[in-house]
Write a protein that binds this ligand. Structure first.
Ligand code: FMN
Length: 198
């Protein structure tokens, strides 16, 4: 493979995926069919708490993050695990079909899960759209815009005096002189090749 980075030219948005008692930021979302009964897919890392929850629940929701949405939402849902914090504690939500959707978003899509496909490190969940609403016509945040303006959204700060390695894909910071062997980013799963010393 000459340059895998060409895959980043696949346009993706940024969403909060929620299901019962779980949720995380995702960009790997596709509209599989836009017929009368739209089908949507979302790919979730097997190591994420949300993956376990998605397997146990039949309904999931995607809240669309806008370009002007509060970056705290991305920080809370994308850089933390529900194993460690209650992500919903300080976020305004509305319940649809018992699933929380994010009020500070451009709208939501609630889906009934129809299939799960194993994709090595990820599980691809397919859902049929059962409820949807649009709160705003503002521009959506694209994954590529987020990548180029990450600091504006998540305001990454490093501790002074410590050697840090930053993931070029998601901005996660690892502290240590060297990265451990076969290290993978705990947030986005990329290998140590994508880390730069800062
Ligand atoms: C911009 C962005 C995009 C992300 N896209 C995905 C994705 O498509 N699939 C996924 O499984 N994780 C994705 N993540 C990582 C998860 O949101 C992250 O690992 C989260 O902490 C998992 O939380 P959980 O353990 O509570 O499920 C993304 C994170 C960010 C910041």
């Amino acid at each position: 493979m000459k340059d895998k980075k060409i895959t980043r030219k696949i346009s993706q948005g940024v969403y909060v995926l929620t299901t019962k008692n779980a949720g995380c930021i995702v960009d790997a979302v596709s509209l599989i069919s836009a017929s009368d009964n739209p089908i949507i897919s979302v790919s979730v890392m097997k190591t994420n708490f949300t993956n376990e929850a998605m397997k146990q629940n039949d309904i999931f929701a995607l809240s669309v993050i806008g370009k002007n949405s509060n970056g705290e939402i991305i920080k809370t849902f994308g850089y933390n695990s529900m194993r460690d914090i209650n992500k919903f504690e300080n976020v305004n939500t509305t319940e649809i079909e018992d699933i929380k959707v994010i009020n500070d978003s451009l709208g939501y899509m609630v889906c009934e899960k129809i299939d799960e496909i194993d994709a090595e490190t990820h599980t691809l969940f397919l859902g049929k759209l059962i409820h949807a609403d649009k709160f705003s016509d503002e521009e959506e945040l694209t994954y590529s815009y987020f990548q180029n303006h990450k600091e504006d959204y998540i305001k990454i700060k490093t501790e002074t005096g410590k050697t840090a390695w930053k993931c070029k894909v998601c901005g996660y910071i690892y502290y240590g002189e060297e990265l451990p062997e076969n290290y993978k980013c705990p947030i986005c799963g990329v290998s140590s090749d994508y880390f730069e010393k800062i």
